[in-house]
Ligand binder design. Structure first.
Ligand code: NAP
Ligand code: GDD
Length: 327
């Protein structure tokens, strides 16, 4: 039985990746932080086969202990402070977790592997946020990085540190430069889920308005279920590498609103949506669109879910949850 160890197992991607690996017959171990993390209950209900270990990316010894306990063949480092807006107000904490945490994870892996560095393969969750003020359209593995947020800067550190461990120690370490990917499991702080939740509530008459920031920002949005498959494929390659994972299509926040409201039969959505400067960012990433040619040719990976279907999937899931709450 192949064994996988996942940090960030309580997050969106942790859920889809655990599900995928369990379906493939893996034994899955997940790191959960905090002494009474409320997300443990959800994990134990939805994915009871996942074996929970406690630890924190800021505590290297806890990572070494977790690796010794799980003895993984594959290590997926998904844990991070991942909300870009939050990272300006918590830049130091974001650096400790999202940047230094990657070094801790790599170093724990090196110590755990001892003389046999080939015994575990490592995946780092890098991000299209690293492209920031984009220097090329579409963005590829070789596009110059120009991060625009403390989160983006932290991810650049983790990205280069992963490459450095590959080059210095011969570690099978891969960095997936994933563009935005969403699902019904997305946290409600992110714009897609914030909208799908609000649209469901507006359609059911529970809520009337929705406050947002920049409606013109453009993102290359894909489905999280498709993207975790790319992570797995990277670790099945003979050597580690860096891969852009994206759909190649970009849409604005406005486009997302259009499809979401249309799906619930509301044509005049503008009367429900207000712009609030509180949701504007000190520096914006205006346009992200990725070129996943390398992933297509090397990994045989391609996204399956299209933008409009993704929006409808998210709105439908929130309608169902809100109806269940109404009883
Ligand atoms: P998410 O839902 O925000 O999950 C983040 C996970 O990190 C949670 O399980 C969280 O645990 C854990 N975490 C936070 N601080 C930690 C710490 N100090 N020690 C250990 N774990 C900690 O994020 P996601 O959307 O699944 O994304 C997964 C990874 O991919 C992240 O690294 C993210 O930055 C990166 N990424 C995401 C996207 C995207 O569009 N989703 C795109 C590119 C890259 P709690 O549940 O306890 O908070
Ligand atoms: N969250 C949020 N809330 N974003 C808003 C809002 C709002 O009310 N209004 C407009 N936006 C805009 C943001 O300014 C941004 O340009 C865009 O919507 C997307 O914001 P998020 O959904 O918060 O995602 P993100 O692109 O900043 O970051 C996500 O994707 C990265 C990959 O590019 C996160 O998942 C990161 O962890 C990930 O690395």
């Amino acid at each position: 039985m192949t064994r996988a160890f996942i940090t960030g197992v309580t997050g969106q991607d942790g859920y889809y990746l655990s599900k995928l690996l369990l379906e493939k017959g893996y034994e899955v171990f997940g790191l959960v932080r905090g002494q009474n993390n409320p997300k443990i209950e959800f994990l134990q209900t939805e994915l009871p086969e996942v074996k929970i270990l406690t630890g924190d990316l800021m505590d290297t010894s806890s990572l070494i202990r977790a690796l010794n306990a799980s003895e993984p063949d594959e290590f997926y480092n998904l844990g991070a402070i991942s909300f870009v807006a939050y990272s300006w107000e918590n830049a130091s904490l974001t650096t400790d977790v999202t940047a230094k945490g990657v070094l801790n994870a790599l170093e724990a892996t090196r110590i755990y592997a001892g003389d046999d560095i080939s015994k575990v393969k490592f995946y780092q969750a890098s991000s299209s946020e690293m492209f920031g003020k984009v220097q090329q359209v579409p963005q590829t593995e070789s596009t110059l990085l120009w991060p625009r947020s403390p989160y983006g800067v932290a991810k650049v550190f983790g990205h280069y540190m992963t490459i450095n461990y590959r080059e210095s120690y011969g570690m099978h370490a891969s960095s997936g430069v994933l563009f935005n990917h969403e699902s019904p499991m997305r946290g409600p702080e992110f714009v897609t889920r914030k909208i799908s939740l609000a649209v469901a509530r507006i359609a059911l008459g529970i809520q009337d308005t929705l406050s947002l920031g920049n409606l013109d920002a453009q993102r290359d949005w894909g489905f999280a279920g498709d993207y975790v498959d790319a992570m797995w494929r990277m670790l099945q390659q003979p050597e580690g590498g860096d891969y852009v994972i994206s759909t190649g299509q970009t849409h604005s926040v406005r486009d997302y609103l259009e499809v979401a409201f249309e799906h619930v039969g509301i044509a005049d959505w503008k009367k429900h949506v207000f712009q609030d400067p509180a949701f504007l960012r000190p520096a914006e990433v205006d346009l992200l669109v990725g070129d996943a040619t390398k992933a297509r040719s090397t990994l045989g990976w391609a996204p399956k879910v299209e933008f409009a279907d993704l929006v409808r999937m998210m709105v439908d899931a929130d309608l169902q949850r809100q109806r269940a709450l109404l009883g």
